[in-house]
Design a protein. Structure first.
Lengths: 304, 367
């Protein structure tokens, strides 16, 4: 799939020379297929370019996980998909519209984001914080409907924080706090939900907790989830669609069972490993090669 | 959305505490047409109490002076049933002064709450950011360089405040204005403008210098109806505008990413409210001089009373008005009519409060 970006480049290149109709057709069919996609986007902070001519489609009703080494642009891609970062070239489409041109609240009713950094205001309770997720559904004269109340209650119940409703967010543990933020994003009731490293800073039990919750949201409520994850094994176990990035380019995408191989892991992460079957789920399990084995290979390569 | 069973996570009904809390704090008024308004009962009670306090202090303040008038007579005169002498003193001399005090206090309280919320920092108030100093510079230029009239001084102060606000915003701008940069840039601007002010004073002749110093202390003495009307118009336009955007502002306290994801047009809300805050502060300073520390203390005191997160705009506004009127009354009561400008009282009280704030912030590890 590394050809995707190259194809994208050539398509936009030729369109200037007189095949715009073709290209328009191509795009309209694409956007009706999937609700969220990035087309030939160039992503940069000031002058620092993170990714060029990157094209990604998020399959509807998938649990898509983006993986890749540090600084490969995965969080940047997520920021672009959630309109936090405006591409310097190309466009991000949501339901066939350029996402930046859509009304802010309308986007917020369709696409939710759980960013890496969020600040709980001083002295806010769990119930209040989750309630703030209803903002895009509210207005000056529609501040707190019975539906708001119901959705907030259900969001807290499904994330297991209902009993904490009266507690202050500052006094919660990291795992509880993360679930409160997820509850807030759920209360937003968006069919698409983007999560930027939702398991960072959590211990293994809470990591699995959060991922189970995501899987449930995906399976039982049919939401489309896009998450950036660090742990390749978590990604392989939970994702239905995996996107592997390196240096701002898509190296491979597809179902984990189809694409996660020792070759791919070495290609993307530069790590020698074995890929075996996860005894619990049958999904690919990446086992890094032992230090001795890796050094032996490196030595052999050096001497040859 | 259906409620589902969550095996991995502790389940609970969880409705008990939530309803109990809702019954304690929030009242929701709903109409059959689908309209709903949510009122924080504690904040509402605080606002009502502060309004009552401001009204009482105003009545007492109108009765205070070289010619004391009992509160009952003040009320009767305000209703239009007083004798001619009292009517003149109350309606022409003292009422406009009290109204200027209320409006200035309210503007400073609201402006301070906006600044502190935008900068996410209790120190990010107009006193610290140098807006008052900017207004002073504007006034001093008119007094010292042009020996302008009172009206021109007011205009100069307004322009000075607006220019300073704009300068801080532009200097602190880097893909959005952020808390610490905003405060630091403000402190820098404040230092520069203070130096300019010092220079202007040294250039002034004795009469102008005396006039400048009186203006710089912040005083309500001699304020009349011509100061009331512009302030009233400013508040009538800005207060509803600010309150209409309060919900968006409350969201931005959770960080730009979260509020943006929730559909708040962060930069637009921030720019609009910043402009309103600069206008409110500059307008208040132009009318009464740089009355110190009301903008710094009122929002924090209001929050202590409401115990509610968020900018607490209405409560801060009422707190500002109450504080300023009470300070003015205390000044007149303790030192006699117009012996002590109100700015000195708020300065002393606010200075003590600032020290306390710095100590507690330091203990909490925030600075």
């Amino acid at each position: 799939m590394s050809g995707t970006s190259a194809n994208g480049t050539s398509v936009s290149g030729t369109s200037v020379n007189g095949t715009p109709a073709n290209e328009n057709n191509d795009k309209s069919t694409r956007s009706t297929v999937n609700r969220l996609s990035a087309e030939n986007v160039t992503l940069a902070y000031d002058q620092r370019v993170i990714a060029e001519q990157l094209s990604v489609e998020i399959p509807d009703n998938s649990f898509t996980v983006i993986v890749g080494p540090n600084a490969c642009g995965k969080s940047t891609l997520l920021r672009a998909l959630s309109r936090m970062l405006k591409p310097s070239q190309g466009r991000v489409l949501l339901d066939g519209h350029v996402i930046q041109s859509m009304p802010a609240k309308k986007v917020a009713r369709t696409l939710g984001l759980l960013p890496q950094s969020s600040i709980a205001p001083d002295g806010i309770t769990v119930g209040d914080l989750v309630g703030r997720g209803r903002y895009p559904h509210q207005g000056l004269l529609r501040q707190w409907s019975t539906e708001d109340e119901r959705v907030v209650r259900e969001s807290m119940e499904s994330t297991g924080v209902a009993e904490l409703a009266d507690r202050y967010v500052d006094e919660l543990s990291g795992g509880q706090r993360q679930r409160v933020w997820i509850a807030m994003a759920l209360a937003q009731q968006t069919p698409l939900l983007l999560l930027d490293e939702p398991t960072t800073y959590l211990d293994i039990q809470h990591q699995i907790d959060v991922l189970d919750l995501c899987a449930e949201l995906h399976e039982e409520q049919g939401r489309t989830l896009v998450a950036v994850l660090h742990d390749l094994n978590h990604a392989a176990r939970y994702a239905t669609h995996l996107i592997a990035l390196r240096g701002g380019q898509v190296i491979a995408e597809g179902a984990p069972a189809d694409i996660v191989t020792a070759g791919l892991v070495e290609d993307v992460f530069g790590l020698r490993c074995q890929v075996i079957e996860d005894p619990e789920t049958g999904t690919p399990l990446v086992v890094p090669a032992a230090r001795k084995a890796r050094t032996r290979v490196a030595a052999a390569e050096a001497s040859s | 959305m259906k409620v589902m069973d969550t095996p991995a996570i502790r389940t609970s009904d969880g409705t008990g505490p939530r309803t109990r809390r809702a019954a304690l704090r929030d009242r929701v008024v709903r109409t059959p047409g689908g309209l709903s308004v949510r009122v924080d009962m504690r904040a509402f009670a605080v606002v009502v109490a502060l309004l009552l306090a401001a009204f009482t202090a105003s009545v007492v303040l109108i009765g205070t002076g070289d010619f004391p008038i009992p509160a009952v007579d003040v009320l009767r005169t305000l209703m239009g049933n007083g004798d001619a002498g009292q009517e003149f003193i109350v309606n022409e001399l003292r009422l406009p002064r009290v109204l200027v005090g209320l409006l200035v206090g309210a503007s400073l309280g609201l402006g301070g709450a906006l600044f502190q919320s935008i900068s996410r920092n209790p120190l990010g108030s107009p006193d610290v950011l140098g807006l008052a100093q900017g207004s002073t510079a504007g006034a001093l230029v008119v007094i010292v360089l042009f020996s302008g009239s009172a009206g021109q001084v007011t205009a100069g102060a307004l322009v000075g405040g607006l220019v300073t606000g704009l300068a801080i915003y532009l200097l602190a701008w880097k893909r959005g204005v952020h808390g610490y940069r905003f405060v630091l840039v403000g402190i820098g601007v404040s230092a520069i403008v203070t130096a300019v002010n010092g220079y202007l004073i040294t250039k002034a002749d004795l009469v102008d210098a005396a006039r400048a110093v009186v203006w710089m202390t912040g005083s309500l003495a001699g304020r009349d109806w011509s100061q009331v009307w512009p302030l009233l118009w400013m508040c009538a336009v800005l207060v509803p505008l600010v309150l209409a955007n309060a919900r968006g502002l409350r969201m931005t306290e959770m960080g730009d990413d979260v509020s943006y994801a929730l559909g708040v047009r962060v930069e637009r809300v921030r720019m609009l409210l910043m402009l309103a805050a600069v206008l409110l502060t500059a307008g208040a300073t132009a009318a009464a001089g740089p009355v110190g520390f009301v903008a710094l203390t009122a929002p924090r005191l209001a929050r202590r009373l409401t115990r509610s997160p968020g900018p607490n705009l209405a409560a801060s506004m009422c707190m500002g008005a109450t504080l300023l009127i009470t300070a003015d009354w205390a000044a007149q009561r303790a030192f006699g009519a117009d012996q002590l400008p109100v700015g000195v009282v708020t300065g002393v009280l606010g200075g003590v409060y600032l020290l306390w704030l710095l100590v507690t912030e330091r203990k909490a590890g925030r600075i």
